[in-house]
Design a binder for this molecule. Structure first.
Ligand SMILES: [Zn+2]
Length: 507
């Protein structure tokens, strides 16, 4: 089994304007995404749509529904229509687009047309939402069956009207990589094979790569990271630093990079405070944060992002072994902060502590970290959105706006300083966590803040929506890849870029 997907997405083209008869003649299936009130008018724009109009008035489909019919162009062309609420936002539209894509998958058409006619510039992303849903539906998933079911592999996708297919392809290829890696079995994606895959990707995409193995981490003083990795029988844990540098154009001065940080626990047994079978079952996905950081780096690279970007991926396993770290151990992280260990299943914040400290040394413009960190965040928000925390309260609206615009919704949670009182340790600088985990998502963030240089704007994403039974938005299966759409939307927001380059006001 390959660690990286072998996949060439289908050719995507964009034809301007409304669908023409010639265009429709070359299609095997037409997919539409339209607000309920617009359906009759839009169908009338298509040739020979009497049957579809009749079907629409018979079914009277409400927002969220998907219905199928035919056009006679003169051959019969199947058409699948997703019906939107009048002011459907990205999340709602992606959800309906996902239903359209799954319905299309049943017919496996080869030449597919996509049309999501516009109302106003405010809804100009609609065609891209439909395209994103189709790309997510057809992306390959890791498979180990001898006999595989039929898959939908269209040869050509054509989007009619206003769309940015290159941008959507870039984002979806990053999200696909994140979902692919997160679905891999833990005996296939180990720190060893993950490192190898990252070297391959770095070569393919022209990224710089620096691998801090355990020996190098020891030199960096990364005692918190190593406390976790020492329980593994393999000495393959590493912090991998990837860097993307845009082609310099003219005299633009090079700015400090954005640092993406990801928790990459290829398997989390919980350590000596071992998890139950039920809680351990999906712990091969505990590297999801690193996959999202990596997927974001890939998406930004393919979209030719104008700013430099680094990714810091903390790859390790939390295993049970004779050397496994223990409750009440005291270890010292790379920035000199000593930690009293309270629970060996709080390993994510241990590897992140050193990763954040080492990334801080490079003085990035901002740190954006992703981690499947706490069950408490899932209790607080459920698995339909993720929690965000930031040391720059002025950024909270911008973060939530990026969540809303991308369809990957985030909620800004508080991180008040007085929570630190409960993390005071009698023996070390800070306690790792509390033994009874109320509001553990806030305590985890307070703990991590001890390892981030406060001069650096920092955003921590606790990925409560990384996994959801039945899928989320346009994703039809449990591994959502949540975070890549959010991050790419956020980093493309000029207001965000301006804010993080501003020096904070000091009193
Ligand atoms: Zn854990």
């Amino acid at each position: 089994m390959k660690t990286l997907p072998v996949y060439n997405p289908p050719k995507v083209t964009n034809v301007k304007g409304a669908p023409s008869a010639t265009w429709l003649k070359g299609l095997d299936r037409l997919l539409l995404l339209v607000p309920a009130a617009d359906v009759p008018a839009r169908l009338k724009q298509l040739p020979a749509s009497t049957a579809a109009l009749r079907e629409f008035s018979r079914l009277k489909p409400g927002p969220g529904a998907v219905f199928s019919s035919t056009l006679s162009t003169p051959q019969t062309l199947g058409v699948i229509i997703g019906v939107l609420a009048p002011n459907a936002d990205a999340f709602q539209a992606l959800t309906v687009a996902g239903r359209v894509a799954r319905e299309a998958a049943r017919h496996r058409p080869e030449r597919v047309g996509l049309w999501a006619p516009l109302h106003s510039p405010a809804t100009s992303e609609r065609a891209d939402w439909l395209l994103a849903a189709v790309l997510a539906e057809i992306e390959p998933k890791p498979q180990h069956k001898r006999v595989r079911g039929p898959t939908w592999q269209p040869q050509r996708l054509t989007v009619a009207g206003h769309a940015q297919p290159a941008q959507t392809l870039a984002v979806e290829s990053g999200a696909h990589l994140a979902r692919w890696l997160t679905q891999l079995p833990p005996n296939i994606l180990t720190p060893t094979t993950y490192r190898r895959a990252l070297s391959t990707l770095a070569k393919q995409h022209g990224w710089g790569i620096q691998i801090y193995d355990e020996r190098a981490l020891k030199k960096q003083g990364a005692g918190a990271f190593l406390a976790v990795s020492q329980g593994s029988a393999r000495r393959d844990a590493a912090l991998v630093h990837l860097s993307y540098r845009p082609r310099r154009t003219g005299a633009t001065p090079s700015r400090a990079p954005i640092a993406l940080v990801g928790k990459g626990l290829c398997f989390d047994t919980g350590g000596l405070n071992i998890k139950s079978a039920k809680s351990m079952l999906s712990m091969h996905g505990d590297m999801g944060g690193s996959a999202v950081a990596l997927g974001t780096l890939l998406a930004l690279t393919q979209a030719k992002h104008p700013e430099p970007v680094d990714a810091w991926l903390a790859l390790a396993e939390n295993r049970v072994g004779p050397d496994a770290y223990t409750q009440q151990d005291v270890v010292t992280a790379a920035n000199g902060t000593s930690i009293q260990v309270v629970h060996t299943d709080a390993e994510g914040r241990m590897v992140l502590a050193d990763t954040l400290a080492i990334a801080s040394r490079t003085k990035p413009a901002c740190i954006l970290d992703f981690a499947t960190l706490t069950g408490a965040c899932v209790v607080a928000l459920g698995d339909r959105l993720s929690g965000v925390f930031t040391n720059r309260p002025a950024l909270r609206d911008t973060l939530e706006a990026a969540g809303h615009a991308s369809g990957e919704r985030v909620w800004a949670l508080p991180m008040p300083e007085d929570f630190d009182e409960d993390l005071q340790s009698p023996i070390a600088d800070v306690m790792q966590c509390l033994i009874d985990g109320k509001a553990d998502h806030i305590y985890a963030t307070r703990f991590l803040s001890h390892f981030v240089n406060p001069d650096i704007p920092w955003i921590h994403v606790d990925l409560s929506a990384a996994e959801r039974s039945g899928g989320l938005a346009h994703i039809g299966h449990a591994v959502t890849g949540f975070g890549v759409r959010f991050a790419t939307t956020l980093l493309a927001d000029p207001q965000f870029t301006q804010r993080i380059h501003q020096r904070p006001a000091r009193r």
